[in-house]
Design a protein. Sequence first.
Length: 186
Amino acid sequence: MQSKAVCAFLLFAALAGAVVLSFAQNQPAKPALTAAHAADVASRDSIVAALYESISGPAGTRDWDRFRALFIPEAQLIAAFKKKDATIGYKAVSVQGYIDGADKYFKEHGFYEREVSRKLESFGNIAHVFSTYESRETRDGKPFERGINSILLLNDGFRWWVVTVYWEGERPDNPIPPRYLTNSDP
């Protein structure tokens, strides 16, 4: 009986190894490391800072090459929002889709988004950053929106990558809880 269990375990291990190897071999080529500023992708802190910096500024074109270089090729940016019928919807776009949608607005309007609080969870080469933000029209202006960015990060052994940014703005019926307005992470 014990030999059947050992055989089953070995078969499972062999199949699992084959699946992982097949998956790893079929991954798309990654953009060259030189596409990103080394300082932008050196740490979890630096990539989150670069993400906010790359979309913030006075009216005008952003450095979209810098923005693109932060993300894995398959990255998604997803906004959750309350629809007119009071249900919750979402809009998911690729990095280029975000650029295409935001570029016209940014050319005509100042937009500054700043992190005001962070909660971090990590394991191995992955990290989840719950980043509370405030959006302003000028660097020191009054915030016109607050919300939380849920940012998933990956370290491939060479640098950090943004896998996805998923966010929701604060609303009267959905205020930001106090625990997301203070920092508790180093």
